[in-house]
Design a protein around this ligand. Structure first.
Ligand SMILES: Cc1ncc(COP(=O)(O)O)c(C=O)c1O
Length: 428
């Protein structure tokens, strides 16, 4: 049989035809006792989901279950970036182009603020989550022996700058466990010492999808005079929250994952009352409200003081367009759908005899990241490769060689998840 025919058979055969009776039981839609009982059937795709998929060409090519790595953008974001890139490359100093590019960047800040429940003054546009994290980490007046607390599940985006702080300033880092079933606040507080200056931790774990109790953590830390920096790379656009409600001091996020914007877009949110208490480290043209040749400098009164130099404005135009699109779909619809899909998917995996669920199921801790643990002897990396090459299903392998991360965003369908589970059953 030709490989193309094989592909066709694998990817397109209806899932129900391949289900064992026990699998059919596993896909039951009944929520477990104690779970939300208002779940409507995720198995039927609502019209609005079909419509948004129509605007996302990648959904016709693959089952895209990898938003936690990089989110796919809808056509209108691609078009907006193309249009602005043309201005940027063709004649960026031509007044009409310069104006369009500047407006595209300026439009982005209020949209970020509105989407994330922050004030516009609190927004700094950055290029990736790591940049936002570094702005905060380098704003502190570190003394040798000071301490920073991280979790045991952080991305190199936070780990590597912390190693650097150790080598540059002798700032020690400690790691608090946020493993499933761990009491996160107690676990972090156990690491607190009189030298703790900052806790820097993911709002949603990239390894387990767990949402940490940010509000409780912020208030426990504030009562001890410690600031909280949240890495929201996996949270923004994945779970419902408002920055002004979290109590976190700093929040770094990117546009290129769950917000479906272009790579090279991000934002740092700094609580308004901390702006003046957050010294600027990297700066240059455009950070200032005014300056002169004699040493006078006045920062912008808002988050723009951390922005400097010539920037890829076309990308921020794309980020803004992605946010506009998400708003037009409706945040309630988006977050409800993610919650429903991840609950149902988690239940299917949890009731499986072959696979384990390595992500939380409760409403307060669940996100669109669902982690499936493969049986002993299976390799996540190998299965990931087979899924991508033979089935056109894109997921992500994780550091734990038996764990696979499934990202369920609002545009994904139940059928995609079912097909994935069927292929996993075949490969493991
Ligand atoms: C939790 C977390 N933080 C930070 C990053 C890195 O983000 P960026 O490339 O935007 O700096 C990632 C990327 O996967 C992540 O999952």
């Amino acid at each position: 049989m030709k490989r193309r025919d094989l592909l066709k058979g694998l990817a397109i055969a209806p899932f129900s035809e391949r289900l064992r009776p026990d699998e059919q039981r596993q896909t039951s839609n009944t929520p477990p006792a104690g779970m939300r009982s208002d779940l409507s059937d995720v198995k039927t795709d609502p019209d609005w989901v079909l419509q948004v998929r129509g605007e996302m060409p990648v959904t016709r090519e693959v089952a895209y279950l990898q938003t936690a790595s990089f989110g796919p953008s809808p056509v209108r974001v691609v078009s907006r970036v193309r249009e602005l890139m043309e201005h940027q490359l063709k004649g960026p100093a031509v007044p009409v182009s310069a104006r369009q590019l500047q407006e595209a960047e300026d439009d982005c800040r209020p949209l970020v603020a509105r989407f994330l429940g922050a004030r516009q003054e609190e927004v700094t546009l950055a290029h990736n989550t790591t940049e936002g994290l570094n702005i905060v980490l380098w704003s502190m007046d570190w003394k040798p022996g000071d301490e920073i607390i991280l979790s045991n599940q952080e991305h190199p985006a936070l780990l590597i700058p912390s190693y650097n702080l150790l080598s540059r300033f002798k700032v020690n880092y400690r790691r608090a466990s946020i493993d499933l079933n761990e009491d996160v606040v107690a676990s972090v507080l156990k690491q607190v010492s009189p030298r703790t200056r900052l806790v820097a931790i993911s709002h949603v774990s990239r390894r387990s999808g767990r949402v940490i109790p940010a509000r409780e953590l912020a208030s426990a830390l504030h009562s001890r005079g410690i600031r909280l920096l949240l890495d929201g790379a996996q949270a923004a656009g994945n779970i419902r929250f408002r920055f002004d409600d979290l109590g976190a001091d700093y929040y770094s996020l990117c546009g290129h994952k769950w917000l479906l914007g272009p790579k090279g877009t991000a934002a740092l949110l700094i609580r308004k009352d901390l702006l003046e208490k957050t010294p600027v480290s990297y700066t240059g043209a455009h950070s200032q409200k005014s300056y002169d040749e004699e040493g006078h400098l006045e920062w912008h009164p808002d988050g723009r003081r951390f922005e400097y130099g010539t920037r890829a404005q076309f990308n921020f135009g794309g980020f803004a367009e992605a946010l506009r699109w998400l708003e037009s779909i409706g945040t309630d619809e988006i977050f409800d759908r993610i919650q429903r899909l991840s609950l149902q998917a988690g239940m299917v995996i949890r009731s499986s005899k072959k696979f384990e669920l390595a992500s939380p199921l409760s409403d307060s801790e669940r996100s669109g990241i669902v982690v499936v643990r493969l049986p002993a002897g299976s390799s996540g990396e190998e299965v990931f490769q087979k899924l991508a090459q033979l089935d056109r299903i894109v997921v992500s392998p994780l550091e734990d060689p038996r764990n696979l991360r499934i990202s369920l965003h609002f545009f994904n369908t139940w059928k995609e998840f079912e097909t994935l589970m069927s292929r996993l059953d075949h490969y493991c």
